[in-house]
Design a protein around this ligand. Structure first.
Ligand SMILES: Cc1cc2nc3c(=O)[nH]c(=O)nc-3n(C[C@H](O)[C@H](O)[C@H](O)COP(=O)(O)OP(=O)(O)OC[C@H]3O[C@@H](n4cnc5c(N)ncnc54)[C@H](O)[C@@H]3O)c2cc1C
Length: 375
């Protein structure tokens, strides 16, 4: 009998498995894909030695020293600091909107204080924004919103920004300094060997069965473990009883060039609605320290689309949240199953947040029981 059967080899499942094993628990992990790592899976391109993130670019960043120390047990990190440019109306600007963006866009030469005053004059005060558009206009004014945010948002979410909740935009800071580092977090970087070796270390010594879907033999898996840690989609677990939750997905188009450098930066956004992709990733820039195997670069165009069977970003519409509440109520009655991670919680989490959540759960149900001497 296993103490834990873990469903899913993403960060939630792998960190939980590592901690449970450390606490001398008997653990089996199953994963329906043919690889570990969940959506953080990466591989080295054999022709160029460029590390590719199969499910979209992942930059490790956290304000939390404990999580930074924890992840550094499993990997060395380079000094990468994330910067993003955006193309809007055939010109290139830094993102998040900062002093340079404002000066370039309005063809001005403002100081930081002048820019703050200038922005105030552009902003339409909205006492209590009720949707993304109102919120964005209350932060940057209509002109910057129309050029930098509106088209990108429509492509990303496939919805009118007036139908989207306010909290989608709170993640976009606006600066009147020239700081162009995307994340404010104290700790950031890229694992020098990519993400997959982190998972290999986390799962070292743990039995892992790949290409194994929990739902193909649900009763069997339940019969061989005292507790199931489920990190798959919550609606799937309950056979979509209350309906399907909606997710935005992403299609990736990879192209190779014999150039050394295609765009000079890892991420270029495309704000104009007419351009069908949202961004172009050039992954070699995540690892400036890597020696290339051959001349050449790879770019990846991202095309968002709606697909709840290939979940990337939870849409979290009012209808979704109603459905989710029903699943969460039912989940509480489920015996010997715990739910965790982005799919089971229907929530966008950064990697450090998922790691923190998995550590918290492991502390509660794996390590503490072990310390009390439970068998
Ligand atoms: C495009 C994109 C870019 C991102 N960029 C960043 C970033 O730059 N920085 C950052 O910190 N975070 C980023 N994230 C978030 C990051 O991907 C998540 O925080 C992380 O992957 C969550 O880990 P998880 O274990 O919860 O889920 P996942 O990684 O999705 O792992 C869940 C695993 O469960 C498996 N599974 C599901 N159902 C079953 C089943 N029935 N049977 C067996 N296995 C099953 C899945 O195959 C999957 O491998 C990004 C997310 C996306 C979508």
């Amino acid at each position: 009998m296993f103490d834990f059967l873990i469903v899913g080899a993403g960060f939630f499942g792998a960190v939980f498995a590592y901690e449970a094993r450390k606490a001398l628990k008997k653990v089996l992990l199953i994963e329906k894909r043919d690889h570990i790592g969940g959506n953080c899976y990466s591989y080295d391109d054999s022709e160029t030695n460029i590390n590719i993130h199969k499910y979209g670019p992942h930059i490790f960043h956290t304000p939390d020293k404990n999580i930074w120390d924890y992840i550094n047990i499993f990997a060395d990190f380079n000094k990468y600091q994330h910067r993003v440019l955006t193309t809007a109306d055939d010109k290139i600007y830094p993102l998040p909107i900062n002093l340079t963006t404002i000066n370039q866009f309005y063809n001005l030469n403002l100081t930081p204080d002048e820019a703050a005053e200038f922005l105030k004059s552009k902003i339409s005060a909205v006492a209590k924004p009720t949707n993304l558009e109102e919120k964005a206009i209350s932060l940057v004014g209509r002109e910057l919103y129309e050029s930098f945010i509106k088209g990108y948002t429509i492509k990303q979410w496939g919805r009118d920004p007036r139908e989207l909740p306010v909290d989608v935009i709170t993640r976009l800071p606006v600066r009147t300094s020239n700081n162009d580092i995307y994340y404010d977090d104290k700790y950031q970087g890229m694992p020098t060997g990519g993400y997959t070796p982190i998972f290999e270390k986390l799962l070292n010594g743990i039995s892992v069965e790949l290409k194994t879907d929990f739902f193909d033999k649900r009763d069997y898996w339940k019969s061989i473990a005292k507790t199931i840690v489920y990190t798959g989609p919550i609606d799937r677990y309950f056979d979509y009883h209350f309906g399907k939750l909606s997710w935005r997905s992403c299609r990736f188009e990879i192209e190779r060039f014999s150039l050394n450098d295609y765009q000079g930066i890892s991420v270029m956004n495309f704000a104009d609605q007419e351009i069908p992709y949202t961004r172009i990733i050039e992954p070699k820039h995540f690892y400036p320290e890597r020696a290339p195997l051959s001349r050449g670069t790879i770019i990846i165009r991202e095309y968002p689309y709606e697909n709840s069977d290939e979940p990337y970003y939870p849409v979290s519409s009012k209808a979704d949240l109603k459905i989710l509440a029903k699943y969460q109520k039912t989940q509480k009655k489920e015996k010997n199953v715990v739910f965790g991670g982005r799919l089971a919680e229907y929530k966008y989490y950064d990697m450090y947040q998922v790691i923190a959540k998995a550590l918290q759960l492991a502390g509660k149900i794996a390590i503490s029981k072990h310390r009390k001497g439970e068998k």
